[in-house]
Design a protein. Structure first.
Length: 132
């Protein structure tokens, strides 16, 4: 009986402190993924084409991009969710945003082989999503 009370008390303390919960683990994973995405933003040259402050460069600003409605050059409007962002990173010529020149991003990133780097793509998406 004593061990059961001790186990119950330990479980209560663990839950109250947030240790062992998926949200605590997820938060740490997300923040490290965002940091990795920020490093890739600079290392892969995204910072020369996408601002973080709303300024228009060769590509759209990443500020408030995630979750927004994006008008494409083919007349469709899509939501810039994780699926859209991931696809656009690995297939940039598949969906050109209205008002931007088609093919520029594809030429800029062709040597990066992002299709073969899914963890980096996820990190970049996490970083973009953090710019809300």
């Amino acid at each position: 009986m004593m061990w059961a009370l001790a186990l119950l008390a330990l479980g209560t303390v663990t839950l109250a402190s947030g240790c062992g919960t998926s949200s605590s683990h997820t938060s740490g994973s997300v923040s490290s993924e965002v940091a990795r995405g920020a490093a890739l933003y600079r290392a892969d040259g995204c910072d020369g084409r996408h601002s973080l402050n709303g300024t228009r460069l060769a590509g759209p600003s990443w500020r408030a991009l995630a979750g927004s409605k994006v008008a494409l050059s083919d007349g469709r409007t899509v939501t810039a969710d994780g699926d859209y962002l991931s696809r656009h990173i690995v297939e940039p010529n598949a969906m050109t945003i209205r008002g931007y020149t088609a093919g520029i991003m594809g030429q800029s990133i062709e040597g990066l082989d992002l299709k073969a780097r899914p963890q980096d793509v996820r990190a970049l998406v996490a970083f973009i999503e953090s710019q809300r």
